[in-house]
Ligand binder design. Structure first.
Ligand code: NAD
Length: 438
């Protein structure tokens, strides 16, 4: 099938490349001409494991191309995806849909024949109805079903998630829309992927409900982790014990510095706003939003307390800037807020991240960036591990001992390091939700 993907960011680029890998002919479009130019030269604008070779292979085999000219990209297509950003609107937390409306209007103005228009962006319930209205107004005669196909891929494992999804959700109130989507995803369905077909509004809402549920799960274990610290229990065992219950499951039960990234913070907020607009409060989701916001200063306090309340002129080595391992995305990253709080307390920060330093350099001030984790740690009074990159997990305790100043201290906001091993090497380890054995 012929596919156009409007928006070539994390979701659009990965989805476009994966659909090409499934055998479709895909053109990824973006209004950012520089991004398209780089893609044409084989340069991948984001860090995502495996993406460079996937894109390279599909470009070489002529199934994947890049364009800024929407009109040419839409010529003769069967399916048009909208995969543009839907960031929080300034001031009120609603999803900012200006890019979605702009894309819908461009499609209405340029589409030259029948096709299916699919929203892959995360959009509030009723957005599909609005897109339909835009099409009706601008191109009354055009027969274009509007379908919702929310995306569940995770940055850092996006290709695997797309090609081996837990489920593909397709929301449409139009039988032809469902039929076309079944044909599009047929290669995945043949390999056993589950397809969940529902109405369009249900699909729109369930994406937010899924993200909100995961945010609740993360925040729940974070709160239990705080309680463990107070009462002298170990959250790792508590988490393991509850995760063995199949109704709960073991995933997303690791305590940390709070959820971040471009999805959970904005989607929980937008869901709460949707409820407000309909005269109700999502009290559970609102509590989670407030708890997660408070977690960043709480993490900075944890570092401060571990340092005996004094950070002035202390050298702090921050390991990890991305909101999670495996990505260069720093949107709503807890690391940024933690660093700023450390700086306000007078600490001098040197930071490292295997992928996210260029982005972080754009938004942080007075931070030294180190080329390697070892360079970051050298001579620091305290190391703060914020993002659990595999290379940090593998840092030998003996080497940490050599690099850090005396008395060596590590605040491990992900429980990524082996606390016992560190202690054996004389390093004080302050983890999450566990008693500190001295
Ligand atoms: P992104 O910011 O990385 O990419 C969006 C791209 O769209 C940008 O390159 C931008 O230049 C382009 N764009 C914006 N308006 C355009 C227009 N009118 N025409 C052409 N291009 C346009 O965003 P993202 O992280 O890929 O997210 C896209 C959507 O997918 C959001 O709604 C997000 O909530 C959702 N989503 C994201 C993830 C994730 O992990 N990033 C996962 C699931 C769903």
């Amino acid at each position: 099938m012929r596919v156009a993907m409007i928006g070539s960011g994390y979701v659009g680029l990965v989805s476009g490349a994966c659909l090409a890998e499934l055998g479709h002919s895909v053109v990824c479009v973006d209004r950012d001409a520089g991004r398209i130019e780089r893609l044409r030269r084989g340069k991948i604008p984001i860090y995502e494991p495996g993406l460079e070779s996937l894109v390279g292979r599909n470009v070489a085999e002529r199934r994947l191309a890049f364009a800024t000219d929407l009109e040419a990209a839409l010529r003769g297509v069967d399916v048009v995806f909208i995969a543009v950003g839907t960031p929080p609107r300034r001031g009120d937390g609603h999803a900012d849909l200006s890019s979605v409306w702009a894309a819908a209007r461009s499609v209405a103005a340029t589409l030259d024949g029948p096709a299916v228009l699919v929203t892959k962006s995360t959009v509030p319930i009723g957005t599909g109805d609005g897109i339909e209205a835009v099409l009706r107004e601008l191109r009354p005669g055009l027969d274009v079903p509007v379908v919702s196909n929310p995306e569940f891929l995770r940055e850092g494992s996006a290709i695997g998630d797309f090609l081996r999804p837990d489920r593909v959700v397709v929301g449409s109130d139009d039988a032809h829309g469902h039929q076309v989507m079944r044909a599009l995803y047929a290669p995945l369905l043949h390999r056993g992927a589950r397809l969940f077909e529902t109405g369009r509004r249900n699909a729109e809402l369930l994406k937010y409900a899924a993200n909100a549920f995961l945010a609740v799960k993360i925040s729940f274990i974070n709160e239990i982790s705080d309680l463990c610290e107070r009462v002298g229990a170990n959250v790792l065992d508590v988490s393991r014990g509850i995760g063995m219950d199949e109704r709960i499951g073991p995933r997303f039960l690791e305590p940390g510095p709070g959820y971040g990234g471009s999805c959970f913070p904005k989607d929980t907020l937008a869901l709460a706003r949707t409820a407000h607009d309909h005269g109700m409060s999502l009290r559970l989701v609102e509590a989670v939003i407030a708890f997660n916001e408070a977690r960043r200063p709480a993490m900075a306090r944890k570092v401060l307390e571990a340092c005996g309340g004094a950070l002035r002129d202390r050298r702090v080595a921050v390991l990890g800037l991305a909101f999670k391992a495996g990505t260069d995305d720093i949107r709503e990253s807890p690391a940024i807020a933690v660093i700023e709080a450390i700086q306000r307390a007078g600490g001098r920060v040197r930071a490292h991240d295997p992928a996210a330093m260029p982005h972080a350099a754009d938004c942080l001030q007075d931070v030294e960036f180190a080329a390697t984790a070892e360079e970051c740690l050298g001579g620091a009074h305290v190391a703060v591990l914020v993002t659990d990159w595999e290379e940090y997990r593998r840092l030998p305790a003996a080497r940490l001992r050599q690099l850090l100043r005396d008395p060596p201290l590590v605040v491990d906001l992900r429980n990524a390091l082996d606390a016992r091993e560190l202690r054996r090497h004389g390093i004080r380890h302050v983890g999450m939700g566990m008693p500190e054995e001295r």
